[in-house]
Ligand binder design. Structure first.
Ligand SMILES: NC(=O)c1ccc[n+]([C@@H]2O[C@H](COP(=O)([O-])OP(=O)(O)OC[C@H]3O[C@@H](n4cnc5c(N)ncnc54)[C@H](O)[C@@H]3O)[C@@H](O)[C@H]2O)c1
Length: 250
């Protein structure tokens, strides 16, 4: 098993990509701290893992709240003895408006979760990883972190920030054997794209704007995260892995 005896923290573990990855990591032998702002969905992920014989514990956490993120990492250490893998996955979309119409509150809401949340996850997990002698962090960006799109300013800006922040962390903590990488998913079939799906003409275009002419499945992203988390990626750090069917080229 690829994560035997490892401890993994997954934020946003109650949702599409987070749940698929938590399940995948547990199947590969990790003890998983599943955290989410949504208690019911996070607990459901834990239930699924336990019912199939895996190890998991739920932790309620809003990723933009420093005290809650600090507490999350302490819970992981107190429950399972340390942290080997952090998947900074929690993220939200924005109200689709032109920049001049966007409220400052909406900007802050999205950037706080998508970018500050990633910073906080690293800030509070890294000292535990240093103490343990290493670790692997995977931060969730997006193809929208590398290309522009109308009406998604805070989302694009926050996801672009994740890519460079990933490089900062990789450079600062490489000497402590902590690898830090980002993933950039394309259009993946989860609740976050429900709004696009509801508009049939839009979905027809968006869902096929990639080389493979289909949307991705959360499990396909989970496999990429698993790879980056595992020792198979032992010489990979500061990278951004596209999991987008080639969508970043469109
Ligand atoms: N689905 C896509 O097409 C796609 C593409 C690129 C990037 N992403 C990114 O992947 C990540 C996962 O998204 P998803 O597609 O699985 O969406 P999702 O909405 O299915 O899951 C997101 C999860 O994060 C949780 N969450 C939301 N705000 C939170 C907060 N403040 N603190 C803690 N948890 C919170 C939600 O409760 C939910 O369980 C996000 O960062 C998203 O931006 C998704």
């Amino acid at each position: 098993m690829r994560l035997q005896d490892k401890v993994a923290v997954v934020t946003g573990g109650g949702g599409g990509i987070g749940r698929a990855t938590a399940l995948c990591m547990a199947r590969e032998g990790a003890a998983v701290i599943v955290s989410d702002i949504d208690i019911a969905s996070g607990e459901k992920t834990v239930r699924i893992i336990r019912e199939s014989g895996g190890q998991a514990t739920f932790a309620e956490c809003h990723v933009a709240e420093p005290a809650e993120v600090e507490q999350l990492m302490e819970q992981a250490v107190n429950t399972y003895g340390g942290i080997d893998v952090l998947f900074n996955n929690a993220g939200i979309g924005n109200a689709e408006l032109r920049l001049s119409e966007l409220t400052v509150e909406e900007w802050d809401r999205v950037v706080d979760v998508n970018l500050k949340g990633v910073f906080l996850g690293m800030k509070y997990a890294i000292p535990h990883m240093v103490q343990r002698g290493g670790g692997s962090i995977i931060n969730t960006s997006s193809v929208l972190g590398v290309k522009g799109k109308k009406y998604t300013g805070p989302y694009n800006a926050s996801k672009a920030g994740v890519i460079t922040l990933t490089k900062n962390a990789a450079l600062e903590y490489g000497k402590h054997k902590i690898r830090v990488n980002a993933i950039a998913p394309g259009v993946i079939d989860t609740a976050i794209v429900d709004g696009w799906k509801a508009q049939e003409w839009k979905w027809e275009i968006i869902s096929k704007a990639n080389a493979l002419k289909r949307v991705g499945r959360p499990e396909e992203v989970a496999q990429a995260v698993l790879f980056l988390a595992s020792d198979e990626a032992s010489y990979i750090t500061a990278s951004t892995l596209y999991v987008d069917g080639g969508g970043h080229t469109f």
